[in-house]
Design a protein around this ligand. Structure first.
Ligand SMILES: Cc1cc2nc3c(=O)[nH]c(=O)nc-3n(C[C@H](O)[C@H](O)[C@H](O)COP(=O)(O)OP(=O)(O)OC[C@H]3O[C@@H](n4cnc5c(N)ncnc54)[C@H](O)[C@@H]3O)c2cc1C
Ligand SMILES: Cc1cc2nc3c(=O)[nH]c(=O)nc-3n(C[C@H](O)[C@H](O)[C@H](O)COP(=O)(O)O)c2cc1C
Length: 644
């Protein structure tokens, strides 16, 4: 059994007893109706999150003003007509005894939607750090209207049955824009020194306090540090803490960074350790003696327990960990730590899917999240005997879901271990946690009674002999070997041979291909002291820097002084040199111990033709359908199992 004494202890804020110190931080879902009302999908999502039993649940960003929305599908509280839906949301949030807070939000200039419509506003007409476009400068009347709208929205939250409100002062939205010298160039009462720039936040706090009364807890979420060149620091923030407290702040939720900060630090990638941001919360707590919520890559309740036990923070928020496994706290209470599906901080299904793909929330490794309304719970009406060919992310997820629904599952992999390409993907710096995930998934499948038959290649002959009732083809991709002169030379290897240690890195390498696999292999080599040159025929990097993972890879290679050449292709390989094509000109380069091929993959689905010919019901999933990412592999694997 668990000994999470500190994490599981209650704490009272004003008159509100919060049953434990775990917090579901606000997370936008993109699930609500386009008119800003709460949808069934959102209620189902929140019902599932509430089952976690976290002491305090905070809603996603709730718009206080129509000219402050990030996207049209954002819940709103700027009018009484939203109260009935908000009431339903609050009810669902209370189902497991948690307390519920509503997050009050205004996007300011950080709304692509409003920028496009010419309706975005900010303290000054300084361009958005994310979208490059400038908003209009707020007039004194705009400022007073928005301050009032925070207050009236807070009153509606109370009316709808919420126990508290949280003002969103973080991540580069309107309140941060006022705090920051980068976005606030005003010369009036709300601009100038840090203390002046903080006046907007203070006035919002006062307005909220006035509208909810003295007994109602008011949280302020703030980026404790802007984490951007020229941005404010924790020490700046410390100077205004007494004013925030006297304006009505009961709890400070100490986040970090803005959506324009480097490295995606707000929802930090794996190179940031769990709890990397606690020191900022601790500094604030020590200075102001108010309860603080620490947040930032927590996925282990034991670490959170220690943070609270040591007095570094009063609450710990688990964001993406909740999306990844809403039962993690229950499992921890039961001492079942090995059963917890740890968040790998890939951001693919959650924040980046929403921000860069404009889609609603998912989790790359938990197919239930964001799909609660369609996620099947009851056993299948007709149990099937299914063969799953391939035990990579797609096949293993299909097996997990199919056994859960009562199907008779056989899963095979031709390799000696399950995991598919994740066994290679986990080798790049900071990606060990991907292996933890695949080991978790393998363990869960095996513990459910399904034995994974590794070392077993499925062939047409086997299918013809055994005649499986259904087949899920999850055979992944196969590497492409370009037909160029010199490809068979002994120093020419592929990324997989380097990553699994079959070939030891030399002193120098030419990595051919700048996609994800090439970049990761380059990082792997650079981490081992190898001098790396990476070439890519596309004119720019196929791995975008705006994703947190892409940013990390580029940064890592830059720090290791690796050379990245775009618009550069490999023509031929000689024993002691290579011929490259750059700007239609040939160029010789020498001095590479290895030429490492990472020129991409194509789907490996040669069994498909036979399955069609033999009229065997089948579904092709993951990279076997089209070479992509973990998100698509798990999503298609799960769906194939649901539809058996
Ligand atoms: C180095 C590297 C880094 C990567 N990094 C990332 C990343 O950071 N993020 C991301 O989203 N994606 C990443 N990817 C891509 C990701 O790994 C794949 O998209 C994902 O593994 C696809 O899953 P899958 O199950 O469809 O296929 P695979 O993982 O390829 O699994 C297919 C399995 O099928 C087995 N198989 C094939 N044929 C047969 C047969 N006839 N009989 C039995 N078994 C068979 C194979 O042995 C294999 O184990 C990376 C890939 C590589 C190589
Ligand atoms: C999908 C997603 C949506 C988010 N939406 C919000 C939001 O609405 N308001 C907010 O203050 N923070 C938002 N965040 C940030 C999280 O609340 C949290 O601070 C961040 O993910 C770091 O915590 P974690 O490492 O535990 O995930 C969002 C994060 C994610 C992943």
């Amino acid at each position: 059994m668990s000994n999470l004494r500190a994490l599981l202890s209650p704490m009272t804020i004003k008159n509100l007893e919060i049953p434990n110190r775990a917090v579901l931080p606000p997370m936008g879902t993109g699930l609500c109706n386009r008119d800003g009302t709460v949808s069934d999908a959102q209620l189902a999502y929140m019902r599932r999150q509430a089952a976690s039993g976290a002491g305090l649940l905070i809603t996603e960003i709730t718009a206080v003003h129509p000219d402050g929305v990030v996207v049209p599908a954002q819940i709103a509280a700027w009018d009484d007509r939203f109260i009935p839906g908000l009431k339903q949301l609050a009810e669902v949030m209370h189902l497991s005894g948690s307390k519920a807070a509503m997050q009050l939000h205004h996007a300011g200039r950080e709304s692509h939607y409003l920028l496009k419509k010419g309706r975005a506003m900010g303290p000054s007409a300084a361009p958005s750090l994310i979208y490059g476009q400038a908003p209009r400068e707020m007039t004194p009347e705009d400022i007073q209207e928005v301050i009032l709208s925070f207050g009236t929205a807070a009153a509606r939250a109370r009316q709808a049955g919420f126990d508290a409100v949280e003002i969103h002062g973080a991540h580069g939205y309107l309140l941060t824009q006022f705090l920051s010298a980068i976005s606030n160039h005003r010369t009036d009462y709300y601009g100038g020194s840090f203390a002046n720039r903080a006046r907007f936040v203070i006035d919002v706090l006062r307005s909220v306090r006035k509208h909810v009364g003295d007994d109602f807890p008011v949280l302020l979420r703030i980026s404790a540090e802007e984490y951007i060149k020229g941005g404010y620091t924790v020490d700046d923030l410390l100077t205004i803490l007494p004013d925030l407290v006297s304006a009505g702040m009961d709890v400070l939720h100490a986040s970090v960074g803005t959506h324009g900060s480097p490295a995606g630090i707000t929802s930090a990638p794996p190179e940031f350790d769990t709890g990397f941001n606690v020191w900022r919360a601790q500094k604030i707590k020590a200075a102001a003696n108010i309860p603080v919520i620490a947040v930032g890559r927590f996925n282990d309740p034991r670490k959170a327990d220690q943070v609270i036990a040591r007095g570094e923070a009063d609450f710990v928020a688990f964001g993406r960990q909740q999306l990844c496994d809403p039962d993690f706290l229950t499992k921890a209470k039961q001492g079942r730590y090995d059963d917890i599906r740890l968040c790998i901080a890939c951001n693919q299904g959650c924040i980046e899917r929403e921000m860069f793909e404009g889609k609603s929330i998912r989790c790359a490794i938990n197919p239930e999240t964001g799909q609660e309304l369609v996620y099947p719970q009851a056993p299948a009406a007709v149990p099937r005997k299914v063969w799953i060919v391939g035990a990579g992310p797609a096949g293993l997820t299909a097996a997990y879901e199919a056994q859960r629904l009562g199907h008779d599952v056989s899963i095979f992999d031709q390799e000696n271990a399950a995991g598919g390409n994740i066994l290679y993907a986990c080798k790049a710096p900071h990606k060990e946690i991907y292996l933890d995930w695949i080991e978790w998934l393998t363990r869960q499948v095996e513990q459910s009674g399904v034995s994974i038959r590794t070392g077993t290649q499925i062939t047409e002959a086997l299918i013809a002999e055994e005649k499986p009732e259904r087949v899920i083809l999850a055979t992944g991709g196969e590497k492409i070997i370009p037909a160029i002169s010199g490809i068979d030379l002994p120093h020419v290897v592929d990324a997989w041979q380097i990553l699994d240690g079959r070939v030891a890195p030399g002193r120098s390498a030419l990595v051919v291909g700048g996609g994800l696999i090439g970049m990761e292999t380059a990082c792997f080599l650079a981490a081992r002291g190898c001098v790396v040159t990476l070439i890519e025929q596309m004119p720019s990097s196929p791995v975008p820097k705006f994703t947190s993972h892409g940013y990390s890879l580029h940064k890592y290679l830059r720090e290791k002084a690796s050379i990245l050449r775009f618009g550069c292709s490999l023509k031929t390989i000689q024993p002691d040199s290579v011929t490259l094509i750059v700007n239609d000109q040939e160029e010789q380069q020498s001095g590479f111990d290895h030429v490492v091929l990472a020129v991409g993959m194509r789907p490996r689905n040669d069994l498909k033709a036979y399955l069609e010919e033999s009229a065997t019901p089948h579904t092709v999933v993951g990279d076997a359908l089209k070479v992509r990412r973990i998100m698509e592999a798990t999503e298609e694997g799960a769906k194939a199992a649901w539809e058996l």
